[in-house]
Design a protein around this ligand. Structure first.
Ligand code: CTP
Length: 368
């Protein structure tokens, strides 16, 4: 049996980037041999094992064909006679289809090193089309490596167009799509992910709501430049959409709750926040209540950051409304409930009194 490092670990080492996790490929072994050596199987259908000590993933060399069953809709042919070249040829990109043995020798039958040098994301073979998720993966790699000057090869873009036009992207589960989108959002230039998807016709399939958008991408670009969190980036991306569309996207992709919530609140409240200094105190109070700023101050801060990013995305030099609203939130939060309780107020009456005190505080803040 021969064991190789494969995929991202080889690619990123050659690029001089940090290697996060290592995938291993085992050639010339059977399932039984792996089990006998103490490797633990991952799932029933998928020929992947965890190393008994390190817990790293070891996959048996395999060829793959499309099928309606098995892991993620695939069945696999894994057997000791599958060669290294046969395994590598069914991988997505040439830069991901290199292997390295224990001695550090790199096996590169599909010229991945040359494509690394030429900064090209190029598919290995027509087997690329077996997994439509690869359209999203390529766009994600484009977003990640854009700062290094990578681009998608023309022939790969053409294949991605064919896959998008075939309607196959519709078959992807929300979980698989979201995982790619989430990772793409956290890349260095996440806007590139959406641009590539647009160019290859995948955006109308996955996120038709964003097909004509430019402001969302500009805000997202700013959020990435400022290293903002995932949910802030998501809110930036969707900020121009009407709330009903934001809801629809959130639900279709099963985005995590924090992302869903901030995107929707941002869509609903961005315009109001933009006018904050001119608004009457009652409207500012309403905005603060909507965010439940008393119990969830961080969520309001995340919203203000998203607003700032949208302003920067529009080419403005800043967003003074954010500091104004920070001050308003602090004034409203400074109202002390204790004297009201001590005065014997409870329930609805206490709520009303608290609101009226906060309103007074906001009026004073406006004047000051
Ligand atoms: N792979 C593939 N097609 C997929 C998923 C994975 O061909 N749909 C192959 C690629 O060779 C890839 C390897 O499996 O390099 C490991 O996949 P994964 O761990 O998902 O990605 P990495 O390439 O390691 O990249 P990342 O840095 O994003 O984890």
């Amino acid at each position: 049996m021969h064991i190789y490092k494969v995929g991202g670990a080889v690619r990123d080492r050659l690029l001089g980037r940090p290697v996060s996790d290592i995938d291993w490929l085992v050639v010339g072994a059977s399932v039984e041999e792996m089990l006998a050596k103490g490797y633990r199987p991952v799932g029933a259908d998928f020929p992947v094992f965890l190393h008994p000590k390190t817990g790293e993933e070891y996959a048996l060399a395999r060829t793959e064909r499309k099928s309606g069953r098995g892991y993620g809709g695939f069945t696999f042919h894994a057997s000791p006679d599958v060669t290294l070249e046969e395994d590598l040829i069914r991988r997505d990109l040439t830069i991901n289809a290199m292997a390295e043995d224990e001695a550090g020798t790199v096996y590169d039958p599909y010229n991945g090193q040359q494509d690394l040098d030429q900064r090209l994301l190029r598919h290995v073979s027509p087997a690329f089309a077996e997994d439509p998720l690869r359209v999203l993966r390529v766009a994600r790699f484009a977003a990640r490596y854009a700062p290094l000057g990578f681009r998608v090869a023309d022939e790969t873009l053409e294949l991605m167009r064919l896959i998008s036009a075939s309607g196959e992207l519709q078959a992807l589960t929300a979980e698989r799509s979201w995982k790619e989108i989430e990772r793409a959002l956290m890349e260095a230039q996440p806007q590139v992910f959406f641009q590539v998807l647009r160019v290859c016709g995948a955006l109308p399939e996955l996120l038709p709501e964003l097909d004509n958008d430019t402001q969302g991408l500009a805000a997202l670009e700013q959020a990435a430049l400022h290293e903002e969190a995932l949910h802030v980036r998501w809110a930036c991306l969707l900020h121009t959409l009407p709330p009903a569309s934001i809801k629809a996207v959130n639900q279709r992709l099963k985005a995590p709750r924090e992302c869903q919530e901030l995107a929707l609140l941002t869509g609903e409240c961005l315009a109001k926040a933009g006018q904050a200094p001119e608004l009457p105190a009652t409207a500012v109070l309403e905005l603060l209540q909507k965010f439940d700023v008393y119990r969830r101050p961080q969520r309001f801060e995340d919203f203000l950051i998203a607003c700032e990013m949208t302003a920067l995305g529009e080419g403005k030099s800043g967003y003074p409304q954010a500091d104004y609203l920070r001050g308003a939130a602090a004034a409203a939060r400074a109202v002390d409930v204790k004297p009201l309780v001590q005065a014997g107020l409870t329930g609805q009456a206490l709520g009303e009194a608290l609101k009226s005190e906060r309103l007074k505080a906001l009026e004073a803040y406006k004047l000051g």
